[in-house]
Design a protein around this ligand. Structure first.
Ligand code: FAD
Length: 290
């Protein structure tokens, strides 16, 4: 990526832009705190222009700061969790798992960090949609949370199935952020999140009321379950935001390609560039070689 030197502005954020329009933005960390014992909330100050053009489903590549013992080399992809409450804000919600996110977790409010984006495509919500279903597990809720807000602003009814290890891991308030939705919570701890139980629940919800679209992110098991269920609901669209491991995040390195089947036409597509949002029906779950 070719960039020019960053120019500090009166605001916290400044940016670098290359010929393709991919930009690296220097942002100020405004708020950074634990949400529970695994997830952190990060709020950055960006230009109002940047925040205002970031759409649900898109992501940024975050430069995690090196420390004495942590040296993350590649940037780490993170979905945009929100662009509010005030103008010029970009929010992330992330799971502290490895070198990059542990390094990220050390950033203090008042410090600065670089983010590249916004990258990727967005969730689609048809103009006439009246009711949608979201099935979320784990950090997938961070990716779908902006869609909850978008749907609510358009007056679209939201049903949600939220899956977690146990009630303390659910993050229901972080997902809904004040939106009134019809929520069904399922847990590993009581067996209600098993594939069989969730499939029965999703089938019941889709049979009880017509849903215009189903969205998911965060679990391959749930993705495959929805692909099966949607075979019986041909008029309901399905979209998944894929969380594939990726390096460059802008379509050059091809490390994040996945196989898709578009009406019989098998294609390898880049999750970072053609995605991360894809039709659920197009995802090829298992690849057979030989
Ligand atoms: C488009 C996109 C959006 C994402 N949005 C979010 C988000 O909003 N919040 C969030 O917490 N995470 C999100 N992720 C996953 C996040 O990028 C990884 O958790 C992060 O890169 C791990 O970095 P690490 O150095 O801490 O961990 P590593 O040391 O690299 O790995 C730690 C663990 O995380 C797994 N992991 C690493 N990279 C990925 C990846 N790309 N996808 C899935 N698992 C991975 C590894 O298999 C390992 O188990 C997103 C991923 C993608 C591709």
């Amino acid at each position: 990526m070719t960039t020019t030197a960053a120019l500090p502005t009166a605001h916290a954020a400044c940016f670098q832009r290359n010929a393709q329009g991919v930009a690296s933005h220097r942002c100020e960390v405004v708020e950074h705190r634990w949400v529970n014992d695994r997830y952190r909330y990060l709020r950055l100050s960006a230009s109002a222009d940047l925040a205002g053009t970031t759409r649900p489903g898109q992501f940024y590549q975050l430069k995690c700061p090196p420390s004495q013992d942590l040296h993350p080399f590649l940037l780490r992809p993170m979905s945009v969790y929100g662009t509010g409450p005030e103008a010029g804000t970009i929010e992330f919600l992330y799971n502290v798992t490895g070198v990059g996110t542990r390094a990220l977790a050390s950033l203090q409010a008042g410090s600065h960090m670089d983010i590249v984006g916004p990258l990727g495509n967005t969730f689609a919500l048809d103009p006439g949609a009246r009711r949608i279903l979201m099935v979320a597990r784990g950090v997938g809720l961070a990716t779908m949370a902006p869609l909850v807000q978008h749907a609510a602003r358009l007056g679209v009814h939201v049903s949600a199935v939220m899956s977690a290890r146990a009630p303390k891991d659910l993050m229901r308030d972080e997902f809904l952020r004040g939106v009134d939705a019809d929520v069904h919570c399922v847990y590993d701890s009581d067996g209600s999140s098993s594939v069989e139980a969730m499939e029965a629940l999703v089938r019941r919800l889709l049979e009880e009321a017509r849903h215009d679209a189903v969205y998911t992110c965060g679990s391959h098991r749930i993705l495959m379950l929805l692909q099966r269920v949607l075979q019986d609901h041909p008029h309901t669209r399905g979209e998944v935001a894929m969380e594939q491991r990726m390096a460059c995040g802008m379509g050059v390195c091809l490390s994040c390609v996945r196989l898709f089947d578009r009406e019989g036409d098998k294609q390898f597509l880049r999750v970072c560039r053609e995605g991360p949002v894809f039709p659920i029906r197009d995802v090829v779950g298992e690849v057979e070689f030989g």
